[in-house]
Design a protein. Structure first.
Length: 120
């Protein structure tokens, strides 16, 4: 079972660093394979995200890929709604969050299935 934890952590780190949603992999692993309830899995995902986000921001900033003046409003808005989302998650509870997360993943999958690919 330990090897699956390392694989999930590896994939989560790679996808999170690329900015494509590594947390989905971690949440799916924690709920389906590790036996955590949805609320706990989302909390663990947020804690896991902090060092990965810090490293990614540092590296992308060093490479000149972040325009700080343009993202400050997004950061402020994100912090406010993260706090509100935490309160909502506690109110909704783990069974409700699990259903919402499943629908979200399904909708993303459908969108990706029917979206046109861009040529490089």
């Amino acid at each position: 079972m330990m090897i699956w934890s390392f694989i999930a952590a590896f994939l989560t780190g790679i996808f999170a660093s690329l900015g494509v949603g590594g947390g989905m992999i971690l949440i799916i692993y924690l709920t389906v394979f590790a036996g955590f309830d949805q609320l706990a899995a989302q909390g663990i995902n947020l804690v896991y995200f902090i060092p990965i986000a810090a490293l990614s921001v540092f590296l992308h900033s060093r490479n000149g890929l972040i325009e700080w003046k343009k993202i400050i409003p997004s950061i402020i808005t994100g912090v406010v709604f993260a706090a509100l989302g935490t309160l909502a998650a506690k109110y909704i509870g783990s069974p409700g969050l699990k259903k919402i997360f499943a629908v979200f993943i399904l909708l993303i999958g459908i969108k990706e299935l029917f979206s046109k690919s861009e040529s490089s």
